[in-house]
Design a protein around this ligand. Structure first.
Ligand code: NAG
Ligand code: NAG
Ligand code: NAG
Length: 626
């Protein structure tokens, strides 16, 4: 750990050291300036590049990506790496003959369209990472590090999602697209590895209140505290560097002991008995039979004094009758929140909040009253869409917030993959919302996300994707599947170890719909299966009913993820929570109390900096009494 810890200080010191080298070169040899100076600059730049690229998996690509930067400053080198990644994606988009060939392929048209969109997302995420890093002082990297990690992970997931769309359509074309994206994925992973190395310094050392020059001296006091991959001459060079190179102390991280956020006036998740109607036969049933029990607490909107910018109402009393039309007129790239009040009614439409349409907030009149529903599915819609493109509501804008609404894909289990909501925007939050569907109900795709007091229903993989998401006080309800199906609640899709994705379920309830209960021992249910090799799921302080099989998990694709995944259950309760007979995969981990805390919303999502202002209750740490 210490090795990683010194990594950034080492680099910062290197900057000063190389600056001094240059300074002396100028001072002493004014006359024969040019050549020597350039060479010394070159060599210090090369040294810095090698040092920064050392931990990456694809070193040659890393070094090459930084070679044009003409700098030994870590920040500029890392930015050069981001820029090279963008250029690589653009090169594929603009100059690849294979891509032109794929574009003409009728059979995979839908996948190609997804890829065009997703490449653009990846470019946007990399470019804003480049800008963000440019704005800050390396000493304050901690302020933006998680953001950069999440954006780069998003760029990686976007590229992977393009390949997913192809693999749903055609094997040969998938192989071609995979090879086109190899280099850009490698570069993106390198970028993440570099960022992850920077993290160790600030996260593992409590710098608060300490004199950083002291830390610097301490870290530099012995050779053994340098990263083991660093050459002796580099160590010497860095050791000679003056103290001023130390970065200033970062601001103290959110105090984990801070008081619990205010609770909503709305009562949180309804008991499983009340929960979701089977809407396969009649998707409208939810609205037609509002439950009196939940009536008084149905709308949480009353807690916030959010004034809507526009009103959508089925009965013509608002500015719009369609949610999609209201979104189409919303401002682009707005820093201000744009609030769309959606009055009670069933909105049969698809809604897309594109990337770049930021800070949209939907407020409904309660999940039994405001319902957005459609029925696009992979199996029943022609032409056959990609899973990515089945969502009733897709939200890619940053800061998309929804409260008091039901989102539904009503096709039923026969539609197979049929998403109700795809959430791809960073800093998205859903409060008192219902997500109703069967297979693939909620695609928590990428970015930081927070779900609170929600209900999610489904049959297979009904929470899936690779967002960095926390689900708090949320009810997960298994519904009756098709005859030949088993049920799986979660299929997390983290593909690479570098990525920041992973799901946390805290004080959630895993339960079954009453129509499912009679078949629960025939069509069995599992908590989780690894969609990809590094799938990551933490279930803590939650209620697990006896609908979950004792083994808890099943494989998805041979032995994929059984060793490299990361699955934790901590402090759960209920008859399904007994872990004694769980599968014995190496990926099943035990955490102690200090480690599990990392997965609460405060540290994991930096929730305190963005959730309280949304009027959404959030307990940022362990929930007391559970
Ligand atoms: C780096 O230096 C070389 C040679 O001095 C020059 O040609 C190139 O334009 C410089 N690149 C940047 C990004 O400044
Ligand atoms: C935990 O979840 C249960 C059931 O959803 C809820 O009643 C309870 O209030 C939650 N606990 C806290 C501290 O929020
Ligand atoms: C689902 O249940 C039916 C009977 O209701 C049974 O025939 C079938 O084998 C079960 N399938 C799975 C995969 O559990």
């Amino acid at each position: 750990m210490v090795n990683n810890v010194v990594f950034i200080i080492v680099m910062l010191v290197a900057v000063v050291a190389s600056a001094l080298t240059v300074y002396f070169a100028i001072g002493l040899q004014q006359a024969k300036k040019s050549k020597d100076e350039r060479e010394s600059q070159m060599s210090s730049s090369n040294k810095a590049i090698q040092a920064i690229c050392q931990p990456t998996k694809f070193k040659d690509a890393c070094e090459q990506s930084m070679s044009s930067a003409n700098s030994s400053e870590p920040k500029e080198l890392i930015r050069a790496e981001f820029k090279a990644t963008v250029e690589e994606i653009k090169r594929v988009m603009e100059h690849s003959a294979t891509l032109q060939e794929l574009k003409k392929d009728e059979k995979t048209k839908a996948a190609f369209a997804d890829c065009e969109l997703l490449f653009d997302w990846a470019i946007q995420d990399l470019e804003r990472s480049f800008d963000k890093l440019g704005e800050i002082d390396m000493g304050k990297i901690d302020d933006v590090l998680l953001t950069l990690q999440v954006w780069l992970s998003g760029a990686l997931t976007s590229q992977q999602t393009c390949l997913d769309s192809y693999s749903e359509m055609d094997g040969q074309a998938t192989a071609k697209m995979t090879s086109l994206l190899t280099k850009s994925q490698e570069l993106t992973r390198n970028g993440l590895t570099i960022l992850n190395g920077l993290q160790s310094l600030t996260k593992d050392l409590d710098l608060t209140g300490l004199d950083t020059s002291g830390i610097n001296r301490r870290l530099m006091s012995s050779d053994s505290e340098f990263p083991e991959w660093m050459s002796l001459s580099d160590r010497r060079l860095l050791q000679e560097a003056p103290d001023e190179a130390a970065s200033p102390s970062p601001p103290s991280p959110t105090d984990a002991s801070s008081a619990e956020a205010p609770k909503s006036s709305a009562e949180s998740p309804k008991s499983s008995a009340e929960s979701p109607k089977s809407s396969a036969e009649s998707p409208k049933s939810a609205a037609e039979s509002p439950k009196s029990a939940s009536e008084s607490s149905d709308s949480a909107a009353a807690t916030g004094d959010f004034k809507p910018n526009v009103i959508v109402a089925k009965d013509g009393s608002g500015k719009y009758e369609s949610v999609a039309k209201a979104v189409a007129d919303a401002p682009k790239r707005s820093k201000e929140r744009y609030i769309i009040l959606i009055k009670a009614g069933i909105y049969n439409e698809r809604v897309d909040i594109p990337k770049g349409v930021d800070n949209i907030m939907f407020i409904g009149e309660g999940p039994t009253k405001t319902i957005i529903t459609e029925s696009v599915s992979v199996e029943k819609t022609t032409p056959r869409p990609t899973t990515f493109n089945t969502a009733t509501v897709s939200a890619a804008g940053v800061g998309f917030i929804a409260k008091d609404i039901t989102f539904e894909n009503s096709i039923g289990p026969e539609g197979h993959q049929a998403v109700a909501v795809r959430a791809s925007g960073d800093m998205s939050a859903f409060y008192n919302c219902h997500f109703n569907g069967y297979q693939d109900t909620l695609y928590a795709h990428e970015g930081r996300q927070f779900y609170r007091d929600c209900t999610i229903t489904g049959t297979i993989d009904f929470v899936f994707g690779d967002a960095r998401a926390v689900f708090q006080n949320t009810l997960l309800v298994v519904r009756k599947p098709m005859q030949n199906q088993a049920c799986i609640v979660i299929a997390e899709g983290r593909k690479n170890a570098e990525s920041s994705g992973g799901y946390v379920f805290q004080n959630c309830t895993f339960s079954g719909d009453k129509e499912y209960l009679p078949v629960k021992n025939k069509n069995k249910s599992y908590l989780n299966r690894p969609w990809r090799a590094y799938a990551k799921v933490i279930i803590m302080q939650s209620q697990i009913d006896d609908i979950i099989q004792p083994e808890g998990y099943i494989p998805m694709d041979g032995d994929k993820g059984l060793t490299t995944g990361y699955f934790v259950e901590y402090g759960n309760r209920g008859p399904g929570a007994n872990t004694e007979n769980r599968v014995k995969w190496p990926s099943i981990q035990q955490l102690d109390e200090s480690d599990i805390k990392k997965y609460t919303p405060g540290p994991y999502l930096e929730s305190e900096s963005w959730i309280p202002e949304l009027g959404i209750p959030c307990i940022p740490n362990m929930i007391p009494g559970l």
